[in-house]
Design a protein around this ligand. Structure first.
Ligand code: 13P
Length: 257
């Protein structure tokens, strides 16, 4: 049963929108009104990660559009005196399926360490959430040949995890986030191959998304790279029009049309 569930989620590519710290209620309603139908639901899954404040109001309208809900972070404790924090069970309770963990903006701005990401992974799994674990190197690290070492270190949080744990990984080169720069197809292919090999070494077989300036006009070229099974989209997910176009481009690649 576990295996078939895993395969069922694996066979579809995932297009996930990370709104980061953007969006008021009015934006949420406009977005939902303008969000088109997924043209290939058997091949592409769609998810949205709005800020905490929009999770509950958007949960039901997104569910009706067959869009999965996710949060952008979580705290690892179950409950208690942790002012300002949100637990994994609270996210599950309001209908979240995913939670993004280890995003570079949290690693770099909030100072989230691998140890904290590790604790958050366990909290997410215990609550029945599927983590989207973000990994990625800085430009200086790429330039000095440290990319694989950085990614291996970030992936090491999965070393002791069960092979059956539901999981998605997102490769987001930090230098490509919000910059308009994307990794070349060669860099994406090579890096995804390394990530899949590290995952396999630890007994994991999961989807690996690409993220970093994914736009409607570069989606197809990124999605055809071997080892890429979807995208984590920031800026271009804020407008329904560009998000729709990305979903359509991914659907065309996935269905071979
Ligand atoms: P951009 O698509 O805005 O570069 O953001 C990518 C990202 O960080 C998604 O998590």
């Amino acid at each position: 049963m576990e295996q078939s569930t895993k395969f069922a989620s694996r066979k579809r590519h995932l297009i996930a929108g990370n709104w980061k710290m953007n969006g008021l209620l009015e934006d949420a309603w406009q977005f939902i009104d303008a969000l088109g139908d997924n043209p290939a639901p058997d091949h592409v899954e769609v998810a949205l990660m709005p800020p905490f404040t929009l999770l509950h109001p958007m949960a039901e309208p997104l569910r009706q559009k067959d869009v999965r809900l996710g949060a952008q972070s979580v705290y690892f404790e179950k409950s208690g005196a942790f002012t300002g924090s949100v637990s994994a069970m609270m996210l599950r309770d309001i209908g979240c399926h995913y939670v993004i963990l280890g995003h570079s903006e949290r690693r770099d701005i909030i100072g989230e360490s691998n140890n904290i990401v590790h604790s958050k992974l366990d909290a997410a799994w215990n609550a029945g959430l599927e983590p989207i674990l973000c990994i990625g190197e800085h430009l200086e690290e790429r330039k000095t040949g440290k990319t694989n070492a950085v990614l291996a270190e970030q992936l090491s949080v999965l070393e002791a995890a069960s092979a059956d744990a539901s999981l998605t990984v997102a490769y987001e080169p930090v230098w490509a986030i919000g910059t308009g720069l994307t990794a070349t197809p060669e860099q994406v292919t090579e890096t995804h191959a390394f990530i899949h090999s590290e995952l396999a070494r630890m007994g994991h077989d999961c989807r690996v998304l690409y993220g970093g300036s994914v736009k409607p006009d570069n989606t197809a070229a990124l999605m055809v790279c071997p080892g890429v099974e979807g995208a984590l989209v920031g800026g271009a997910s804020l407008q329904a029009e560009s998000f729709n176009q990305i979903i359509q481009a991914a659907a065309s690649v996935a269905t071979g049309e």
